[in-house]
Design a protein around this ligand. Structure first.
Ligand SMILES: [Zn+2]
Length: 155
């Protein structure tokens, strides 16, 4: 089974006022530029609610992340918890109003998170983990910078 999760939010978007919870398990792809890697999968849940012209996405996720120690550059594993709190615009007329029309999400981000009204959990989580990752993780509070890294550490 693919762990690349797309969540169809039409049950919320076409029914303003409805609030639904979607648990997920999801793989997140990272690369050298990400500054971290995710060991195995991220798990959590999102709550989605439509307020007619806005879609509210909240929730939380956690993943075992592989980071480089800010002092000695040794790899370390850290359980990182993130909070999700996003709002997207919605246009159109919800299907539940019976006009034969549909409401749809407006996703104007540089890296869209939606495919039609389905939210890509992997893309949302990647964005949230990048922003919320600890800035200076340490392998140990007592970690001393190694000779090689002293210059980088002092800058
Ligand atoms: Zn260290």
């Amino acid at each position: 089974m693919s762990k690349k999760v797309l969540i169809d939010l039409n049950p919320v978007i076409q029914h303003p006022g409805t609030k639904l919870t979607f648990p997920f398990e999801c793989e997140i792809e990272t690369d050298d530029k990400s500054g971290f890697a995710i060991k195995e999968i991220a798990a959590g849940e999102i709550h989605a609610q439509s307020l007619n012209n806005a879609l509210l996405i909240s929730g939380r996720a956690q993943a075992i992340c592989i980071l480089d120690c800010a002092r000695c550059a040794k790899e370390l594993e850290m359980n990182v918890l993130i909070e999700i709190d996003e709002e997207f615009g919605v246009e159109g007329v919800p299907a539940s109003y019976g006009t034969g029309q549909h409401a749809y999400v407006i996703d104007e981000q540089p890296y869209p998170l939606f495919k039609e009204n389905s939210l890509s959990i992997a893309d949302l989580l990647y964005q949230e983990f990048v922003v919320q990752m600890p800035a200076k993780p340490l392998c140990d509070e007592a970690c001393e910078p190694s000779e090689v890294n002293i210059e980088a550490y002092n800058n």
